[in-house]
Design a protein around this ligand. Structure first.
Ligand code: IMP
Length: 434
């Protein structure tokens, strides 16, 4: 038996989809614990590429049972589209995809409310994915949300939808172009019947899997620095993307977690607004964006690109209790003559080693860089640690040292097999000699 959490250590888009798919090879159960259709987990194998938004990436392994936990907010139209797209591509989900009765739903009113908020009418604009995530979680916290279990009950469903509509009209104005409420209710009645066979108590299902000594992966979306509590607030998503969110997001106690695996790119990216101290501009940023195909899997927006930020990773290591780190997209750096890492920040002339909590300080943070010679050689064919160029090994050793978490896997391409595994006792000779 093992329960492992997979969490993003940066600002999302770290390549968690590929890593969950890879680790699902040895998993019986994969459960998503937070976020919603704002996520875009890309998994490639053979000549096929899948982008999953709500359904756990483990669905691509035929023997895996997948759950959408109570911490996720579900857009039923998006779920149905994803389910049909998988079926069309020969991936059957029936009988192995289940949804928590306690998960909250995203309604058309939430998307409308978000458009209103993101127009600047209510506060700072975040640059959200526009999927209604913030308003759905707001209603959950305000105890006004519609849960999957409520959807199945016609009376509660109607009462909630009418109450939410009243609230929406107060927010956006009574002449706003809302979807007629009768149409919303009809659609939800159809959705309820389609969803009914998939609804389970995910906490009980996982407890039973643990009892049966199954191997379980809890899949996070977004990343630590987009976490509502531990991210760069207010430029965050509205859920608990950190490892602690896995416990509340599927209903499993912290004493049952065996491992917390952090995923980070060999550089850094961010989509949307908010502080990003290691951000690059100009040609170098453009090169990373093109080499790494850094465009949002959900919105297509170009991602902001920067160097690996060890301050941000140390923060992620601490708040998640990372037991290991997976580094992705090393190959994107293959052509660079020099590669830098942010080791600390300079804020108003002071050297700062840890992520500041104040937004003003974060905005003022100047990166302190350590620069390495690049390897200028392709890494995509490497499968063993020693296949990597010497400079690449030195770079990874230094990331590990700065992060204070062991690196156990390095991804060097989008394919399932394009990985270098590193055993616990394997350090490159440079690191051992240091
Ligand atoms: P929301 O989650 O749509 O409310 O967006 C809040 C912030 O999180 C915005 O900056 C988004 O760009 C960012 N965000 C949300 N989901 C993802 C993701 O899956 N990857 C990267 N950024 C994301």
């Amino acid at each position: 038996m093992s329960v492992r959490i997979i969490v993003g250590a940066q600002w999302g888009d770290e390549g968690k989809g590929k890593i969950v798919d890879l680790l699902s090879h040895d998993a019986d159960v994969v459960a998503r614990y937070q976020g919603g259709p704002n996520a875009g987990h890309t998994v490639c194998y053979g000549d096929k590429s899948f982008v999953l938004h709500l359904i756990p990436s483990g669905i691509l392994r035929p023997g895996t049972t997948c759950y959408i936990g109570n911490g996720v907010v579900i857009d039923l139209t998006a779920l149905e589209e994803e389910r049909s797209a998988l079926t069309r591509q020969g991936i059957g989900v029936d009988g192995r995809l289940f949804v928590s009765g306690s998960a909250h739903l995203i309604l058309p009113d939430h998307r409308l409310a978000e458009r209103h908020n993101e127009s600047g009418a209510t506060g700072p604009t975040i640059g959200t994915t526009g999927r209604g995530i913030g308003p759905a979680y707001t209603d959950k916290a305000s105890r006004m949300g519609l849960r999957v279990a409520d959807l199945l009950d016609p009376e509660i469903r109607e009462e909630r939808v009418r109450m939410l509509r009243e609230r929406t009209l107060r927010l956006v104005g009574r002449d706003a172009p809302v979807e007629p409420i009768e149409r919303v209710l009809e659609g939800l009645a159809r959705d309820a019947e389609r969803l009914r066979p998939m609804v389970v108590n995910v906490s009980l299902a996982i407890a039973s899997a643990i009892h049966d000594r199954k191997r379980i992966l809890l899949e996070g979306a977004q990343g630590t620095h987009l976490d509502l509590d531990h991210g760069t607030y207010p430029f965050v998503t509205s859920s608990s993307a950190v490892a602690g969110g896995a416990c509340t997001g599927v209903g499993v106690g912290p004493t049952l977690i065996d491992e917390v695996i952090g995923v980070a790119k060999a550089y850094a990216t961010r989509v949307g607004n908010g502080p990003f101290p290691s951000e690059l501009s100009g040609e170098l940023a453009e090169q990373l964006r093109e080499e790494g195909n850094e465009y949002g899997a959900t919105t297509g927006r170009p991602r902001r690109c920067g160097w690996f930020d060890a301050v941000a990773i140390r923060h992620a290591a601490r708040v998640n209790g990372l037991t290991q780190l997976v580094i992705t997209k090393l190959d994107v750096l293959d052509g660079l003559p020099e590669i830098s890492v942010v080791t600390a920040y300079s804020i108003n002339g002071r050297r700062i080693q840890e992520m500041p909590e104040s937004l003003a300080e974060l905005n003022a943070a100047e990166p302190i860089l350590e620069t390495f010679p690049g390897w200028r050689a392709p890494t995509g064919a490497a499968r063993q640690w020693d296949d990597l160029p010497r400079e690449a090994r030195r770079y990874l050793d230094r990331l590990e040292e700065l992060a204070r978490v062991p690196i156990r896997l390095v991804s060097v391409g989008s394919g399932r097999d394009e990985n270098v595994r590193r055993h616990a006792n394997l350090r490159s000779t440079e690191a051992v000699g240091r």
